[in-house]
Design a protein around this ligand. Structure first.
Ligand SMILES: Nc1ncnc2c1ncn2[C@@H]1O[C@H](COP(=O)(O)OP(=O)(O)O)[C@@H](O)[C@H]1O
Ligand SMILES: O=C(O)C1=C[C@@H](OP(=O)(O)O)[C@@H](O)[C@H](O)C1
Length: 147
């Protein structure tokens, strides 16, 4: 099945990095592009796996579109785990701050309820390899049983 990363599709459209686009145009403008790209992908009838950016759930219309046109899997991890994974990241504009762990905690406080609102399944990824997470996702989707 094809895999599409929304961030990659956005960068193809804006013809620059998300980090530069945030700096030049601001977050609201980025969210407009993100909404359009996501809606376009969700309108396709062919089956595919779509990886959204972590902030895609912020817009209510995105949550509606995701619920209406896809099965959503929330890959959850603690702020500490995410901070560890991204300690050398320079490309995620919201994490280029003095205290990325605090920022992650603040973002998750807002977003965790939104991820849960939109998700058909939650797969807790802490301590699991990416392969193990993928196996759990496949199992949940095949079983069709939330949990
Ligand atoms: N289950 C995992 N275990 C360890 N590292 C992971 C796992 N999943 C992702 N990572 C690492 O975390 C970083 C961010 O992952 P990525 O898939 O790019 O996240 P996102 O697309 O949500 O920003 C990458 O360096 C990736 O290799
Ligand atoms: O959390 C966010 O608001 C964002 C996450 C990024 O995607 P990933 O979740 O794939 O890093 C990217 O869309 C942009 O930097 C904004």
């Amino acid at each position: 099945m094809p895999f599409v990363d929304v961030d990659v599709a956005i960068e193809e459209q804006i013809q620059c990095s998300i980090r530069d686009f945030f700096a030049k145009e601001g977050e609201a403008c980025f969210r407009d592009v993100e909404r359009d790209v996501l809606a376009q992908l969700l309108s396709r009838s062919a089956p595919m796996v779509i990886a959204t950016g972590g902030g895609a759930v912020l817009r209510p219309e995105n949550r509606m579109q995701l619920k209406a046109h896809s099965k959503v899997v929330y890959l959850s991890a603690s702020p500490h785990e995410i901070a560890r994974r991204l300690q050398r990241d320079t490309q995620r504009p919201l994490l280029q701050v003095d205290n990325p762990l605090q920022r992650l905690m603040d973002l998750l406080a807002v977003r965790d309820p939104l991820y849960k609102e939109v998700a058909d399944f939650v797969v807790a990824g802490g301590g699991l390899s990416a392969t193990q997470v993928a196996q759990r996702v496949a199992m949940q989707v095949e079983l069709g049983t939330p949990g």
